[in-house]
Design a protein around this ligand. Structure first.
Ligand SMILES: *Cc1c(COP(=O)(O)O)cnc(C)c1O
Length: 359
């Protein structure tokens, strides 16, 4: 297959899905498998679909749900708050959406009514991370009170998102507030909140931590990064018995020459308006690979060969210092990289990066 390409090892991914979903369900919680980082690529979604420990499939963009198998048995969850302009598609494409705005919920109700459907929502509460969610208790009560009057909306539960904007780390006390809200609302209104969704991959450290725990009332987690990269995201630790190398990115060398390391002439700004900070290391073996910022930020890549180093790049080119390489690299050779979340996201989004699957 031609380059550049992002390769997914489906066996390793499946291992991660099985191991982690089992761990979470054993801890008394259901799992939403989040498919947005790989743009819900059908080959990968299939593994999520077949994984028993995953009850829901979740994504942040409506377009991605059209990649799901039509006969999927899992419930579909829209993670990003719906736009007013897409409420019809939301009601049509997903079973559940996360919400925080009454105006949007009223419109979802209308859309559901015209389709003769009941749309389920999880109401988002903000516990201090300051991305989405209702922050004040008074607003929460008022919102739930009105939701109870909407015939085509079913309030499935409450959710919180943490460690996304404010980098707030989930702990027992933070998540206990969500449980308290559940009890408060169930006491005040005639309802039972079935799903209490306690966050994303940044809540996983609580499962392993002998000093802490997840409050009993929390019965769901929405997991994206941990499944694909094998780590929790509160402290960036690897998770035990999980693969961190499900994905790799490959690019091809298009120039390989021995040249000076310091530019010659008066220095201004580079292609991105930045003043480059370049160290003079004498002559070096320099190679250019055919991948650039239009595909992925080179800062998000780590060469698998630890003897080589990325030294810079522009829209279509990434430059590598091969001076210390033990392998005899040449034009036409492939260079392989480990990816982080950002690199994964942009590789799957770029139409120029081919998608390869190892079965
Ligand atoms: C992306 C997202 C997730 C998954 O987060 P990870 O850190 O990748 O596990 C969960 N919830 C919401 C609302 C999201 O947008």
């Amino acid at each position: 297959m031609s380059n550049p390409k992002i390769t997914t090892d489906l066996k390793k991914l499946r291992h991660n899905l099985d191991v982690l979903s089992k761990k979470i369900t054993n801890d008394g919680m259901s799992v939403m498998g989040v498919t947005k980082v790989f743009c819900a690529h059908p080959e990968i979604v299939k593994e999520y679909e077949e994984c028993e420990g995953i009850t829901y499939l979740a994504d942040s963009r409506i377009e991605n749900f059209y990649n799901y198998p039509e006969d999927s048995e899992k419930l579909r969850v829209l993670l990003r708050l719906p736009m007013l302009s897409e409420v019809d598609e939301v009601v049509e494409a997903v079973d559940i959406s996360l919400n925080s705005e009454l105006k949007t919920i009223r419109n979802l109700n209308k859309a559901a009514e015209s389709l003769n459907k009941k749309h389920q929502i999880i109401l988002m509460v903000d516990l201090g991370d300051l991305r989405e969610g209702i922050f004040y208790q008074e607003e929460l009560m008022k919102t739930v009170k009105e939701i109870m009057t909407l015939n085509n909306i079913y309030l499935l539960g409450l959710g919180v998102n943490l460690t996304c904007y404010g980098a707030v780390i989930p702990d027992y006390d933070v998540l206990k507030q969500l449980e308290d809200y559940k009890e408060l609302l169930e006491g005040e209104f005639d309802l039972s909140l079935e799903v209490i969704s306690g966050g994303n991959s940044s809540s996983l450290h609580l499962i392993d931590d002998p000093e802490s725990e997840i409050p009993k009332g929390i019965n769901n987690l929405r997991i994206g990064e941990a499944f694909v990269l094998g780590g929790e995201t509160a402290y960036d630790n690897k998770l035990e018995n999980m693969h961190q190398d499900v994905f790799s990115l490959t690019a091809e060398i298009i120039e390989f020459k021995n040249k000076p390391s310091y530019p010659i002439g008066n220095l201004g700004v580079n292609a991105f308006g930045e003043k480059p900070d370049i160290e003079d290391k004498g002559d070096m073996d320099r190679g250019i690979i055919a991948i650039g910022r239009q595909d992925v930020r080179f800062e998000d890549l780590t060469p698998v060969d630890s003897n080589i180093e990325i030294i810079g790049g522009s829209s279509d080119h990434t430059i590598i210092d091969f001076t210390k390489a033990e392998k005899d690299y040449q034009v036409g050779d492939e260079v392989v990289f480990h990816v982080n979340y950002g690199a994964l996201l942009s590789s799957f989004t770029s139409p120029y990066v081919k998608k390869e699957f190892k079965k």
